[in-house]
Design a binder for this molecule. Structure first.
Ligand code: NAD
Ligand code: DAU
Length: 357
């Protein structure tokens, strides 16, 4: 079978880390299909310029004709589906795009993959994989003493974003159950690291701190998330693609539950150490508690026992090492941050934060 894979959403945060990491350790050609929404950024892929193993195609996963053409032209042995609208706050303001990309787009991608897979020689059918990248948010919110999410937890999505991801997970599952398509699903916790778009908590904190702006903390700041360094997530996906049992889902997480306010303090302290404020005060002075996110999930936590037991995957980074690398990356790449802070980005900040007292 051909040695090409299709990666969708490979110009976004996790997708671009995945493509960069993949090509650092494999010669398999990557067909990178991304329609370049505000979150897609070719600068994330600059290291691959002129590299013939990376074929970038600007287009949407919902464009059935284009996607079918890519399948027949490149005959991939796998699809890794990152393409999505991914920001919870945006899904609260404008859910429509989330329905179109995350549900309808994934459905169309599945249909194109099914047609292609049906046409493969019998000997190749079993080797094909459709890996769908999903989130822990589909499981809903945990109470303080609940055990972390395992793969058998009930789906209870609470935001338009998580509901749209849950719907796409169900479609992927159904394509295995009904048509026998060799699918895999991963549900991961909060990622952080290089190329993270500064609408999300950690890069927003770094960008705002350096720009002398407020560090907005929703509600009481006691919401808990599990944080995983992005390259660990990418390694987990590669491992599931390589050896995951067809039809199964794998939770991926960092065993690292932290309250938002503690994350904010750590980022401030690292910046105090590496880029002290001119007035000698701490960046903590910039922390401002603002109106909470509607329907804000209180706690997520991932039980990553299955992927460790079956596939031997464990995170390589601790939060202490990963967050240091992340802060260092943002300090070393101010032009990357400046370039994504376009007019559209400023409009978003105005929309999201002006209504929060
Ligand atoms: P992102 O928003 O940074 O990137 C999404 C990418 O998808 C962008 O490059 C965008 O241009 C592209 N895209 C959007 N709509 C598209 C379409 N219709 N066709 C083709 N490309 C399209 O997202 P991310 O944070 O990198 O997340 C990637 C995936 O991982 C998503 O499916 C998300 O649900 C999932 N996930 C994210 C996290 C996280 O912490 N960021 C955690 C778990 C799972
Ligand atoms: O759990 C995985 C999910 O993690 C992914 O599926 C999503 O794609 C990804 O965006 C992320 O969702 P969150 O909503 O957890 O991430 P975000 O960075 O937006 O927020 C993290 C926490 O910080 C959350 O509890 C909300 C809070 N927050 C966020 C922002 C942007 C603030 O307190 N202030 C802020 O300004």
């Amino acid at each position: 079978m051909n040695k090409a894979i299709i990666v969708t959403g490979g110009a976004g945060f996790i997708g671009s880390n995945f493509v960069n990491d993949w090509l650092a350790q494999s010669d398999t050609t990557v067909i990178n299909l991304d329609c370049l929404t505000y979150a897609g950024n070719m600068e994330n892929l600059a290291a691959l310029e002129g590299d013939g193993r990376h074929v970038f195609v600007k287009g949407g996963i919902g464009d059935s004709a284009l996607v079918s053409e890519l399948f027949s032209k490149y005959q991939p042995y796998a699809v890794v589906n990152f393409a999505a609208e991914s920001h919870v706050d945006r899904s609260i303001h404008s859910p429509e795009d989330f329905i179109q990309t995350n549900i309808v787009g994934t459905f169309r991608l599945l249909e194109a993959a099914r047609t292609y897979w049906n046409g493969l020689p019998e000997s190749d059918k079993g080797d094909f994989r459709f890996l769908h990248v999903s989130t822990d948010e589909v499981y809903g919110s945990l109470k303080k003493n609940d055990p972390p999410f395992s793969e058998t937890n009930r789906y209870e999505p609470n935001s338009p974003y998580s509901a749209s991801k849950a719907a796409s997970d169900h479609l992927v599952r159904a394509y295995h159950h009904t048509y026998g398509m060799p699918v895999l699903t991963t549900n991961c916790s909060n990622n952080y690291g290089p190329f993270h778009f500064p609408e999300k908590l950690i890069p927003l904190l770094i960008a705002n701190a350096l720009a002398d702006k407020v560090l907005p903390v929703y509600g009481d700041g006691q919401q808990i998330r599990d944080w995983l360094y992005v390259s660990d997530h990418c390694a987990g996906i590669r491992r599931v693609l390589e050896a995951g049992r067809v039809g199964e889902t794998y939770n991926i997480g960092g065993w690292n539950e932290m309250a938002n306010i503690d994350i904010v303090h750590i980022v401030c302290d690292l910046l105090d150490e590496s880029r002290p404020r001119a007035d000698g005060k701490s960046y903590r002075e910039q922390i401002t508690f603002v109106t909470d996110r509607p329907g804000h999930d209180r706690r997520y936590a991932i039980d990553a026992t299955k992927i460790e037991r079956e596939l031997g995957w464990k995170p390589a980074e601790t939060f202490q090492t990963g967050i240091r690398k992340t802060v260092a990356w943002y300090l070393a790449n101010p032009e990357w941050v400046a370039n994504v802070q376009s007019g559209a980005y400023r409009d978003w900040l105005e929309k999201n934060y002006s209504e929060r007292s």
